[in-house]
Ligand binder design. Structure first.
Ligand code: PGA
Length: 257
């Protein structure tokens, strides 16, 4: 399985010119790296532009587009929302769902996230389902309970067959954007814990094949350790994905891992 590196640009860059520049530099920098799957998740508005330019430059290898969020309905009177089908039509293959910033600033609950995951699956998008505990929850020793509840509620009524298209991103909230990444051994035990939960609800073989990404202050220095030592299937990269040179370095280090 190729490692999966997902770039989450969040609400950046501030204009189309910079977005095109960043996209162009990343594309060029990773052109010859064929053993890593790269997913760029820009803000909604840049998606159609990137997709068109990607199609024009056919032959670019191993890169895909993803969205940072989606709505749970296919269409209708829902001002401001974007449906999974629209994203699929624009060339997206992946969608990030349940990011902690969505949970925190937009009051997304596990129930809302569950609806989004099911809608994404219906549109044949692969959900990158984010879970993770806060600093306080970690301090109180609540991490296993929190992760279990996020998984059980977020993936409620997702069938075994559908589960094959789910990617889980373990993103401890205290590590996101703080420059304080999770210890590699700790990330590994969280990965095992997630697999144990999945194994109990669905099956052991599904858990074994499940792709788990790590996210939270990933940079070019720590990236490869999460794959080699923590046995993660890939990474979800926020801040460092906005610096083309740093992001390319992350991809390179993973490709050598
Ligand atoms: P970070 O963000 O890499 O800036 O910590 C990760 C994320 O929020 O997905």
């Amino acid at each position: 399985m190729k490692p999966l590196i997902v770039a989450n640009w969040k609400c950046n860059p501030q204009n189309l010119k910079e977005a095109k520049e960043l996209f162009g530099l990343v594309k060029k920098g990773v052109r010859n790296i064929k053993n890593v799957e790269i997913v760029i998740c820009p803000p909604f508005v840049y998606l159609p532009i990137f997709w068109v330019s990607d199609r024009q430059k056919a032959g670019f290898y191993g890169r895909a587009l993803g969205s940072q969020d989606c709505f749970w309905e296919a269409k209708g009177a829902f001002t401001g929302e974007v449906s999974p089908k629209m994203l699929k039509d624009l060339g997206c293959q992946y969608v990030i769902v349940g990011h902690s910033e969505r949970r925190r600033y937009f009051a997304e609950t596990n129930e809302i996230i569950n609806k989004k995951i099911k809608a994404a699956l219906r549109a044949k998008l692969k959900p990158i389902f984010c879970i993770g505990e806060t600093k306080e929850q970690k301090k109180k020793g609540e991490t296993p309970t929190v992760l279990k509840s996020q998984i059980v509620k977020g993936l409620e009524k997702v069938s075994k067959k559908e589960m094959k298209n789910i990617i889980i991103a373990y993103e401890p909230i205290w590590a996101i954007g703080t420059g304080k990444p999770c210890d590699v051994n700790e990330a590994q035990s969280m990965g095992l814990l997630i697999k144990k939960i999945i194994s109990k609800i669905w099956s052991r073989s599904l858990a074994e094949n499940l792709k788990i990404l790590y996210g939270g202050s990933v940079n070019s220095k720590n990236a490869s350790a999460y794959l080699k030592e923590a046995k993660m299937a890939g990474l979800l990269v926020g801040g460092a994905s906005l610096d083309s040179a740093e992001f390319i370095e992350i991809v390179k280090s993973v490709s050598r891992a």
